[in-house]
Design a binder for this molecule. Structure first.
Ligand code: SF4
Length: 296
């Protein structure tokens, strides 16, 4: 398979067929993110797409295991116009007609750029389970991190997706508000999640990646990272205040110190117990020496 640059996919798509349709991210400016800094956003050449699809189809045929789901990469495939997305899906289906769901990363602004009719059409084509970086429930944090969208945008566009019947999975970052804002961030995140009603919420802990704009702000003292106890308190506050029992709460990211994952209604109690145990046992000094967050 011919691919371009480092590829990222959500941990929950570990068993999904991955296909690179675009390279890079249209925004590429969030302070905390350096995932696509080496690429400028563009589409993957159709000849390469066809050749990758042919190769994958050959493998599927040999093992008699057709794909039912695909995850389209890179950072923001959903930024393509509805007509272009339709073209890509039709092309993929020429080789893999059995695919029922096309999942991908999406940005709030990419949803905003689609009409309600576009969303309905994309849903009919099989686009579902969009991974959206809402990141935080605090407007000033979105602005500081240069996310390029507001809380109001997040709420409005999530509601449009819900009306269109397109499931979305909320990507939130623990510790994004910096030191002293953990509990406040937790309440704000829970309030946002309760409003936007994602099927899944994924929590990952903020990591100051080398070379990111955030790293410069940490060096200059304009951003001070929260300690681990504060991060766990933020996570606990979110979990305690979500009121969507059927939502899957996934906080088992490699960047999290205390992996927990389960349904809010059924599993909240044991997940809170585990977070409380971690909070009680947490020795910040020891933790800083043993748990290193540097890469995804
Ligand atoms: S966080 Fe998402 S939108 Fe922001 S730069 Fe990274 S990939 Fe792009």
């Amino acid at each position: 398979m011919i691919t371009e640059g480092t590829l990222y996919r959500p941990p929950l798509e570990a068993k999904t067929f991955l296909l690179q349709v675009t390279a890079g991210c249209t925004h590429n400016a969030c302070q905390f993110c350096n995932m696509y800094r080496e690429k400028s956003f563009h589409m993957i050449d159709e000849d390469i797409l066809r050749s990758n699809l042919q190769e994958e189809k050959r493998i599927c045929d040999i093992y008699e295991r057709p794909h039912r789901r695909a995850f389209l990469m890179d950072g923001d495939v959903f930024s393509l116009s509805a007509a272009n997305l339709e073209k890509k899906i039709k092309l993929i289906r020429q080789y893999m007609p059995e695919i029922e769901v096309f999942s991908m990363y999406a940005a709030v602004r990419s949803v905003k750029s689609k009409s309600d009719e576009d969303l309905a059409k994309l849903k009919d084509l099989g686009i579902n389970d969009l991974y959206i970086g809402y990141e935080t429930g605090l407007d000033d944090v979105l602005a500081f991190m240069n996310k390029g969208t507001t809380l109001q945008d997040s709420i409005e566009q999530a509601e449009r997706l819900n009306s269109a019947g397109i499931n979305h999975r909320a990507l939130m970052i623990l510790g994004l508000g910096g030191t002293g804002r953990g509990e406040e961030s937790g309440y704000a995140a829970a309030e946002l999640i309760n409003r936007i009603k994602p099927k899944v919420t994924r929590l990952a802990t903020l990591t100051v990646f080398p070379g990111s704009d955030l790293e410069k702000n940490v060096r200059s003292g304009d951003f001070v990272e929260a300690g681990e106890k504060e991060i766990l308190t933020e996570e606990k506050t979110i979990l305690e205040n979500i009121n969507i029992p059927e939502m899957y709460f996934w906080a088992s990211h490699v960047l999290n110190s205390t992996p927990v994952a389960g349904y809010v209604g059924k599993d909240r109690k044991w997940m809170l117990n585990r977070l409380n145990s971690s909070l009680e046992e947490m020795d910040e000094e020891k933790f800083a020496k043993t748990f290193k967050r540097k890469h995804l």
